[in-house]
Design a protein around this ligand. Structure first.
Ligand code: MN
Length: 371
């Protein structure tokens, strides 16, 4: 297995290898990529005798608790801004590392201490695969073509010592890459993704099935009742190219589900025949969380950007406060065409059988393959 190395990654690897005390963090509401990536780095560095801790603003979601249970005690902790011991961990670290997120506000309560540490001259490194990173880091390795931060972490570790990838690290990286690629189905999945997974399976000697069961087959009756209601809320727009789903507070309480149970629901809206993009509106107590998903060459991060959010080309999000659900819904759906509807000229010309330009042919192929 060849390692994809680069000067920016090597800089961060050298800095981590030189450090004795490292604190790692990731984004709020950490997912499989966030936790798997930081655990893999943490286990790798601890394996060399370094003092390493992951301090996250939020605890792990329930389906990932087993992964945390497999780690040494206190490798991953939920940051307590009032805890002296946590402040001391950050203060005494030689290096801080951020994975799978690139903006201070997405670090939650850990954002300020990390930013303050950077301002005070402590090295803060970034390993991430999201576009448009902030620039306050000492060094960054950002690969937007990586399907998961876990792929970059694989290169980080394998570029130093592939034999360090034991079962624990391989399992953590498998979780990172598998979850961020939607079980290897999103457009971000590449031959390299599978090559890395192949190497992880060989080195780690673990079985994928129990991981998938733990992550996806542990639904509570309440979560399945919510799924039923959410499926009933699916609407189709613009000739079916866009679908939407809505989860209100009323639906959550009527089903008895947790907000965490809304995770992954949008995939069902995107499963409708002909849909190239989907949007889900999740009513929280403090605002409307909007998630955007798309298939193929249909970037929706610009659409999320209109509502103050952002993310990947095929998976983005935004959060709107102080506006009622119905109004946000209408606004977002009304603003969809420029982002998800194919240019009408391309369709009209094709129907009339005119000669099309290269550009129009490409647009048309995209439009048709996405239907
Ligand atoms: Mn990720």
């Amino acid at each position: 297995m060849s390692v994809l190395d680069s000067p920016d990654l090597a800089t961060i690897r050298d800095a981590l290898l030189a450090a004795q005390r490292v604190v790692i963090t990731t984004h709020i509401r950490p997912d499989g990529d966030a936790l798997g990536s930081e655990i893999a780095v943490g286990r790798w560095l601890r394996g060399m005798g370094k003092a390493v801790y992951c301090l996250n603003a939020d605890p792990e979601p329930k389906p990932l608790r087993w992964l945390l249970d497999e780690q040494p005690k206190k490798l991953v902790r939920t940051y307590d801004p009032g805890a002296l011991s946590h402040a001391e961990l950050i203060a005494s670290a030689d290096a801080l590392l951020i994975v799978d997120v690139n903006a201070e506000h997405r670090l939650g309560s850990v954002g300020k201490p990390f930013r303050d540490a950077a301002a005070a001259g402590k090295p803060v490194y970034l390993l991430d695969h999201h576009p448009d990173p902030e620039t306050w880091f000492t060094a960054s390795c950002v690969r937007t073509d990586a399907a998961a931060a876990g792929e970059i972490v694989y290169d980080l570790i394998a570029g130093h010592d592939p034999s360090a990838i034991d079962r624990a690290i391989a399992t953590a990286l498998y979780v990172a890459i598998m979850t961020d690629t939607g079980s290897f189905r999103f457009g971000s999945t590449t031959p390299r993704t599978h090559a890395i997974i192949s190497d992880l399976l060989e080195r780690g000697d673990f079985k994928p099935e129990p991981i998938h069961v733990a992550l996806y087959d542990g639904k509570t009756p309440e979560a399945l009742r919510l799924l039923g209601r959410a499926l009933g809320s699916i609407r189709s727009h613009y000739d079916g190219r866009l679908t939407s789903m809505t989860v209100s507070q009323e639906m959550l309480s009527a089903s008895g589900a947790d907000f965490q149970d809304t995770e992954g629901l949008i995939q069902y809206a995107l499963a409708m025949e002909g849909a190239v993009a989907s949007v889900i509106f999740l009513e929280t107590l403090s605002g409307i969380k909007i998630s955007f998903r798309s298939k193929g060459d249909c970037p929706i991060n610009g659409w999320a950007g209109r509502y103050g959010g952002g993310g990947h080309a095929n998976a983005s999000g935004a959060y709107v406060k102080n506006r009622p659900l119905e109004q946000v819904r209408k606004d977002v759906i009304d603003s969809a065409p420029v982002h998800v509807v194919a240019p009408p000229e391309a369709v009209a010309e094709a129907e009339e059988g005119h000669e099309l330009s290269e550009e129009e042919l490409a647009l048309l192929a995209q439009f048709q393959s996405n239907r």
